[in-house]
Design a protein around this ligand. Sequence first.
Ligand SMILES: CCCCC/C=C\C/C=C\C/C=C\C/C=C\CCCC(=O)SCCNC(=O)CCNC(=O)[C@H](O)C(C)(C)COP(=O)(O)OP(=O)(O)OC[C@H]1O[C@@H](n2cnc3c(N)ncnc32)[C@H](O)[C@@H]1OP(=O)(O)O
Length: 169
Amino acid sequence: MTASPATTPPPDAAVPPQGMGGISPEDLLQSGGYNGCFGCGEGHESGLRFQRTSADGEAVYGHFTVTEQHQGSPGLAHGGLLATAMDEVLGTAAWSLGRMAVTGRLETDYRIPVPVGSVVHLKAWCTGVDGRKIYLQGEGRIGSPDGPVAIQAAALFLEVSREHFLGER
Ligand SMILES: CCCCC/C=C\C/C=C\C/C=C\C/C=C\CCCC(=O)SCCNC(=O)CCNC(=O)[C@H](O)C(C)(C)COP(=O)(O)OP(=O)(O)OC[C@H]1O[C@@H](n2cnc3c(N)ncnc32)[C@H](O)[C@@H]1OP(=O)(O)O
């Protein structure tokens, strides 16, 4: 993935450890989630139902299955849908650092089409943190964690306060 300047961390940006104040990244990932989330909500009928599976200190992992509700052209996943899945796993990588963050910029490369019925295995990792800016990259592979790369992404997330989510609508 060739990240643009906006999603490339400055050379001195460190990658902080996963977890927060004694809470493991695994526990952080299992602690939250919004049932109505299009990406990960188990209660969302037509959503992706992205499942976060693990975090190993370097990256976070998860998967989802492409259904007929997710088509763009006959039999193939919609590109925006795949970007949503990347957004979800990239966000998971940001939150695994113990930081509440939202997507500021998301760049995606589509490598091969993804057929309906595919299980897409996603992985994301932090490439650096600079103040509130969290730089991330990720990829999605078809069929297994070692399968062919279908999508790659680079992103800039911004750390926000609780008020970001509680503001008046
Ligand atoms: C999100 C999940 C919520 C639910 C949580 C529930 C349970 C938690 C459990 C588990 C969670 C696990 C995973 C999470 C999963 C998925 C994540 C999905 C994430 C999303 O799907 S979330 C929705 C889409 N997202 C938005 O809805 C954001 C709308 N937006 C804004 O709210 C503002 O726009 C904001 C806050 C982004 C920035 O606003 P701001 O006022 O705070 O900051 P400001 O503009 O001053 O920028 C400061 C510095 O960042 C640079 N900067 C900013 N934006 C940039 C860009 N696009 N490109 C390049 N640089 C940029 C500036 O250039 C400046 O740089 P410098 O400091 O160098 O000048």
